[in-house]
Ligand binder design. Structure first.
Ligand code: CMX
Ligand code: CO
Length: 152
């Protein structure tokens, strides 16, 4: 029997879709669109200067690990930020997806071991005290991917 690590699934695993990040030019207008069109309400709003965003989390549904799934609406706070660059190139639209996990550092190490570029050597501070790591979109089929461990 081989002692090689099981390459079928990362340990620890991602357990839910935590959020879909959407780049917008006007956060308040975007919040109003999702509220009036679908009835989604803002659960949390903050400015994250490290990421260069003013953001709102709109709760969509609960998840079976006790967490929830959100839309994350992102308005840039400065022109040199990732979201500002995205808007300049692509206009408004889906910017990234985020998978929830109980162990963001462990999952990032596992994914990095498979040759995916991990953009943050250490987890950074995300929404509401969560810990986040980004994976390079070119190693994820063109999808900018975030891993997130909630503060709870
Ligand atoms: N989704 C898919 N592809 C993307 C992308 C995105 N959001 N952003 C950039 N790319 C692509 C570019 O189009 C480019 O493709 P081509 O080479 O085919 O033209 C390639 O990735 C590399 O682009 P780049 O100019 O070298 O890199 P950027 O300066 O645009 O940076 C990235 C890209 C992913 C490294 C940067 O955006 C990053 O570090 N993001 C992580 C942080 C972040 O996005 N924070 C905001 C959200 C905060 C939160 O969720 O809380
Ligand atoms: Co995000």
């Amino acid at each position: 029997m081989s002692n090689a690590p099981d390459r079928a699934a990362p340990v620890p695993a991602a357990t839910r879709l935590d959020h879909v990040g959407i780049a917008c030019r006007d956060l308040d207008a975007s919040i109003e669109f999702y509220r009036s069109t679908y009835g989604f309400e803002v659960e949390h709003e903050e400015v994250n200067e490290e990421q260069g965003v003013r953001e709102a989390m709109l709760r969509v549904n609960g998840a079976d690990d006790g967490g929830a799934t959100y839309l994350q609406l992102l308005e840039p706070t400065r022109p040199d930020s990732p979201v500002a660059r995205f808007l300049e190139r692509n206009g408004e639209g889906v910017h990234h997806i985020a998978f929830g996990t109980g162990d963001v550092a462990g999952l990032a190490a596992g994914v990095g071991g498979r040759g995916v570029r991990v953009l943050d050597a250490e987890p950074r501070r995300g929404t509401a005290g969560s810990r986040i790591v980004f994976l390079h979109p070119k190693d994820c089929g063109g999808v900018l991917t975030e891993l997130v461990q909630s503060a709870h």
